[in-house]
Ligand binder design. Structure first.
Ligand SMILES: C[S@@+](CC[C@H](N)C(=O)[O-])C[C@H]1O[C@@H](n2cnc3c(N)ncnc32)[C@H](O)[C@@H]1O
Length: 197
C-alpha cells in the first residue's frame, strides 16, 4: 500500500512553473518529464495545458506514487508513468519537448551529461528542453540558501550531486545542439532555463 506522496515545495512552485510552461507549450502536443518526483507537477501543469500529452517518468521506486496522483486526477492527458533513469538506456517514448524540475542539482554531472546527450538526440528541431531549479552563476552561489542546499546534497544525498553552473550548462547544451533561448527568474532563487534544439 503506497500513500499519495506530497512534496511541500511543489505546492509553492507549481503555479509559477505552470505559468512559464503555458508560455512555451500552449500549442504543443507532447512533453516528456524527467524525475517527476511525486507527480504533483504533472497533475497541476497537465490540467492547465489540456492539449499537451504529459509523460511522467521516474526511478522505479517512485512510479507507484506518481500513479496515485495520476489516477486521482482523472485527467486524459497524463500517461501512466514510465521508469526512466538518466544513467540507463531510456525507454522509447515521444520527446517533442522535455521538462525537468529540481533534478539537475540532485544528480551527478555524469547524469546531467546524459540528460543533455539524450535531449540533443531525441528532441525534434525546435523542440524545447526546460529545466527548473537552482543554478550557480560565475561558479558562485546566488544565495545562502543555495549554498546550504548544495552542502546538504553532497553530504546527505549523493557526494556527486550539487548545484551546477549556468555557464557550464550552457556550454554542455551547445555541444549537444541545444541553445539557451530564455532564462526566467523564479521564486526562491531558482531559474527556469529554456533550451531549443
Ligand atoms: C528533488 S527531487 C525533484 C522531484 C520533482 N521533479 C519536484 O520538483 O518535486 C529529484 C528527483 O530526481 C530523481 N532522480 C534521482 N536520480 C535520478 C536518475 N538517475 N534518473 C532520473 N531521476 C532521478 C529522484 O528520484 C527525485 O524524485
Amino acid at each position: 500500500m503506497v500513500n499519495k506522496p506530497v512534496a511541500e515545495a511543489c505546492l509553492r512552485n507549481q503555479q509559477p512553473i505552470a505559468e512559464i510552461l503555458q508560455q512555451y507549450l500552449g500549442d504543443q502536443r507532447c512533453l516528456l518529464e524527467i524525475g517527476s518526483g511525486t507527480g504533483q507537477h504533472a497533475v497541476y501543469c497537465a490540467e492547465r495545458l489540456p492539449q499537451l500529452q504529459w509523460q511522467p517518468t521516474e526511478l522505479a521506486g517512485n512510479i507507484a506514487g506518481i500513479d496515485l496522483w495520476r489516477r486521482d486526477a482523472g485527467l486524459d492527458n497524463i500517461l501512466p508513468p514510465l521508469i526512466l533513469d538518466l544513467d540507463q538506456p531510456w525507454p522509447q517514448v515521444a520527446a517533442d519537448n522535455i521538462f525537468t524540475a529540481n533534478t539537475v542539482h540532485f544528480v551527478s554531472q555524469a547524469s546531467v551529461d546524459n540528460l543533455f546527450a539524450q535531449a540533443g538526440q531525441r528532441l525534434p528541431v525546435k523542440g524545447l528542453l526546460m529545466i527548473y531549479g537552482p543554478f550557480n552563476q560565475g561558479h558562485q552561489y546566488t544565495s545562502e540558501g543555495n549554498r546550504g542546499l548544495d552542502q546538504w546534497l553532497k553530504t546527505s544525498v549523493n557526494p556527486q550531486a550539487g548545484i551546477k553552473d549556468i555557464g557550464d550548462i550552457t556550454t554542455l547544451a551547445a555541444v549537444n545542439n541545444l541553445t539557451l533561448i530564455a532564462r526566467h527568474t523564479m521564486p526562491a532563487n531558482n531559474l527556469m532555463l529554456v533550451f531549443r534544439r
